[in-house]
Ligand binder design. Structure first.
Ligand code: ADP
Ligand code: ASP
Ligand code: MG
Length: 397
């Protein structure tokens, strides 16, 4: 019997009424003869509320305890869904990460999954049960509760579908993947398919519709991921290998307001110092992006890079241990604006067209980085809307 892993996001289970709707949708699939494993996120805004509570008791909540706290959200929704399914006459069982040995590498707040005991799940499926799993959480080798990073239930679902050799369906509050977040650009167009490579870039650069590591896992194991609207038959989007796909020059735009830019000015042109900066940041598990360095002048350089806003305190504390406070400038008002497309591999001039649009709209660029299939510009956040609408219109996204 074919197994399907379905994942329902927070907005799809935000009330008990919605949990009932989800339960009925699951039952419909079950009646079609599938084994069902369902991953759920916490109800609605629960994770944010829990984080808010922690901030009421501490300015910098202890990372271990914070993970233990926010992991509770998914335990509530998974149990409620199992209770509802049973109430509707279908046998279901909910599991948290402990119960299925869902192991992680142990980093609080941004763990990756290292293993799952699929036998426990399979034995329940054999008994005909619908298996509900609390997303977003895992257990380290030291039995610590660790979470997978915001939006991480997608990754729980993809990892489970790989382990169980199952289909993977991600259900959310939008009916597929669009060229631009439809909340930011009303005229955005839906894509039938998108390649792992493009989706990975978009997700890493701020397209919150998918957790980036979920896409990475999909790509690694060639697991097709369907993204669609919860409890609906509207056709969504497939994230696939995309070999046969028409190569669009630009497939999508991603924007992120979640980073700050750090500029370290007028420091010695010394590779030991540069290595020290980035080794220390890496040791602190802080994700650096958009690194750029000026040419040496009088043996001095400037280095700039972006890091997640959430790591602001940690990075400043760390840098100040070996760099003078006066040399460190922080820009909190940046938006990372990225255009992504497989077609960029073979078509030239995309950057030129992008800069032309920015010029016409008086948008200044603070930093630029590129990969084979993307261009990212850090711009002042005040230009975000203008940049989105003009670039989306030009590339027909
Ligand atoms: P869930 O709680 O179901 O995981 P998320 O809020 O994480 O839902 O993701 C769904 C949201 O992602 C949508 O409401 C949409 O605003 C946003 N989003 C961002 N980029 C895109 C995109 N390119 N296509 C579709 N939705 C997007
Ligand atoms: N509940 C978690 C969050 O809000 C995980 C998820 O939604 O995927 O980030
Ligand atoms: Mg999500």
């Amino acid at each position: 019997m074919q197994t399907i892993v379905q994942k329902y996001g927070g907005s799809s289970v935000s009330t008990t009424k919605k949990i009932e709707k989800v339960a009925k949708s699951i039952i419909e699939k079950k009646k079609q003869g599938y084994n069902l494993v369902v991953v759920v996120s916490a109800m609605g805004n629960t994770t944010n509320e829990l984080i808010k509570l922690s901030l009421e008791v501490s300015k910098a909540p202890d990372k271990r305890e914070l993970d233990a706290l926010i992991a509770t959200g998914e335990m509530v929704s998974s149990s409620l869904l199992a209770i509802k399914l049973k109430d509707l006459g279908f046998d279901a069982i909910s599991f948290n990460a402990f119960q299925i040995n869902l192991k992680t590498n142990g980093i609080y707040g941004k763990s990756s999954i290292s293993d799952i005991d699929e036998d426990i799940i399979n034995s329940q499926l054999k008994k005909g049960k619908i298996v509900i799993i609390a997303g977003f959480q895992g257990i380290s080798d030291d039995n610590e509760i660790t979470t997978l990073g915001r939006g991480g239930s997608d990754t729980s679902a993809v990892a489970l579908s790989v382990k169980l050799n199952a289909k993977c369906e991600i259900y959310t509050d939008v009916d597929g993947i669009y060229g631009v977040d439809p909340r930011l650009y009303k005229e955005a167009k839906k894509l039938d398919e998108i390649s792992y490579e493009e989706m990975l870039e978009l997700a890493s650069l701020g397209a919150g519709v998918m957790h980036a590591r979920a896409v990475e896992l999909g790509q690694k194991y060639n697991k097709e991921i369907y993204v669609g609207l919860s409890c609906s038959n509207i056709k969504g989007t497939y994230i696939t290998e995309g070999l046969e796909m028409e190569k669009r020059a630009v497939s999508g735009i991603a924007v992120s307001d979640d980073d700050i830019a750090i500029n370290i000015e007028n420091i010695d042109y010394d590779i030991n110092l540069i290595a020290k900066i980035f080794t220390n940041i890496a040791k602190a598990n802080i994700n650096v992006d958009m690194i750029s360095q000026t040419m040496p002048f009088n043996n001095k350089i400037n280095i700039s890079f972006t890091v997640p806003k959430a790591d602001t305190n940690d990075i400043l504390k760390l840098l100040k241990t070996f760099i003078s406070f006066d040399n460190i400038k922080v820009d909190e008002n940046i938006t990372k604006f990225s255009v992504v497309g497989m077609g960029m591999k073979d078509s030239s001039g995309i950057a030129a067209r992008l800069f032309e649009i920015f010029k016409e709209n008086n948008i200044e660029i603070k930093m630029i980085t590129t990969s084979e299939i993307r261009i990212t510009c850090a711009i002042d956040s005040k230009y975000k809307e203008v940049a989105i609408s003009n670039v989306a219109k030009f590339f027909d996204l």
